[in-house]
Design a binder for this molecule. Structure first.
Ligand code: ZN
Length: 130
């Protein structure tokens, strides 16, 4: 069976992140529109964008998925870079969580690690969540 077909629709990983953010009490706006882009989550407190990248759709290097469902891997990565660059240029920090991390048991800790890496994060507030 094709490995890609085993991945559920990417919205299910977004649901997991939604639940985790709710549990952590972190405000977010899903499917937030920034100019012509729609981002997975906007976190007002961090003034950042949190993108959840499906390994197949975003040609994940870690999972060695070089045959994404759309275009070719190089094009997919270039488009993601351009989008991230655009958002950063307009003052948003961009944090990315990959599907293979969302699938791990300790993904909430991984999510916290990513949030802690935000330059806008106030670590005292985050440490209160732990
Ligand atoms: Zn991956």
């Amino acid at each position: 069976m094709n490995k890609i077909l085993e991945y559920p629709h990417s919205s299910s990983i977004e649901e997991k992140i939604k639940e985790a953010l709710n549990e952590l009490g972190i405000d977010f706006i899903p499917q937030y529109k920034i100019d012509s882009y729609k981002v997975d989550f906007y976190l007002p407190f961090f003034h950042c964008v949190l993108e959840v990248y499906g390994c197949a759709w975003h040609a994940c290097k870690a999972c060695a998925i070089d045959f994404p469902l759309i275009d070719d891997a190089v094009k997919v990565r270039e488009r993601d870079e351009l989008r991230e660059y655009y958002l950063r240029y307009h003052g948003y920090e961009v944090l990315v969580m990959w599907e293979h991390d969302v699938r791990k048991k300790d993904f909430v800790e991984r999510l916290l690690d990513i949030l802690e890496s935000s330059e806008y994060s106030d670590n005292t507030i985050l440490s209160n969540l732990l």
